[in-house]
Design a protein. Structure first.
Length: 154
C-alpha cells in the first residue's frame, strides 16, 4: 500500500513516528486528526466508539499494527483508510470486532482478509476522501503506491 516491501515496514512506521503519530490507541483521534499529517500508526487496539475520525477533506490512514479495530456499541465514523496490518516481525494477527455498526467512508484494507472481522459495518466508497489521500500534499507524512495487477477504479 505504501510502495515499500513488506519487510521494510519500519520505513512507514518512521514516517508516522517522526510526527508523533505513532500512538497506542485511537482515543485521542477526531475530525481534525488528518489536518496536518494523515498517517497514524496504532500499536494497540483502536476503538472508534463515539468518535468521528478524520473528515472528507482531511481523511486519515490508520495502520492497526497486529491489534484490533473495534467499535463497542456507539457507531463510530472513520473517513479514510483503516489498514489491518499483519506485521511480519511477530506472530499476532490483526482483526476487527464491531458490536455496533460503524461507517468507514473511503476503503478498508486488510492483510488477513475478512475471516478476522466480526460484526456489522459499512464501507462506503467516498471518492472525495480517497482523492484527498492521493492528491499531492506538501505536509504528507506517507506515500501511497499502487500494486501492479491489483484492482482499482479511481
Amino acid at each position: 500500500m505504501f510502495g515499500v516491501a513488506r519487510i521494510d515496514w519500519e520505513t512507514v512506521y518512521s514516517m508516522a513516528n517522526s510526527n508523533h503519530q505513532a500512538v497506542d490507541s485511537c482515543s485521542g483521534l477526531n475530525t481534525t486528526s488528518g489536518q496536518k499529517f494523515r498517517l497514524w500508526w496504532i500499536t494497540d487496539d483502536c476503538d472508534i466508539s463515539n468518535q468521528i475520525v478524520g473528515s472528507p477533506t482531511d481523511p486519515v490512514i490508520l495502520v492497526i499494527d497486529d491489534h484490533q479495530l473495534v467499535d463497542k456499541g456507539a457507531s463510530g465514523i472513520l473517513y479514510g483508510i483503516p489498514y489491518l496490518f499483519n506485521n511480519p516481525s511477530n506472530g499476532d494477527t490483526p482483526s476487527a470486532d464491531f458490536t455496533s455498526s460503524p461507517a468507514i467512508y473511503g476503503a478498508l484494507v486488510s492483510d488477513v482478509g475478512g475471516s478476522t472481522m466480526n460484526g456489522s459495518y459499512s464501507v462506503v466508497y467516498d471518492s472525495a476522501s480517497l482523492g484527498n489521500l492521493t492528491s499531492p500534499n506538501n505536509s504528507a507524512n506517507y506515500g501511497i503506491g499502487y500494486i501492479p495487477g491489483s484492482w482499482r477504479d479511481f
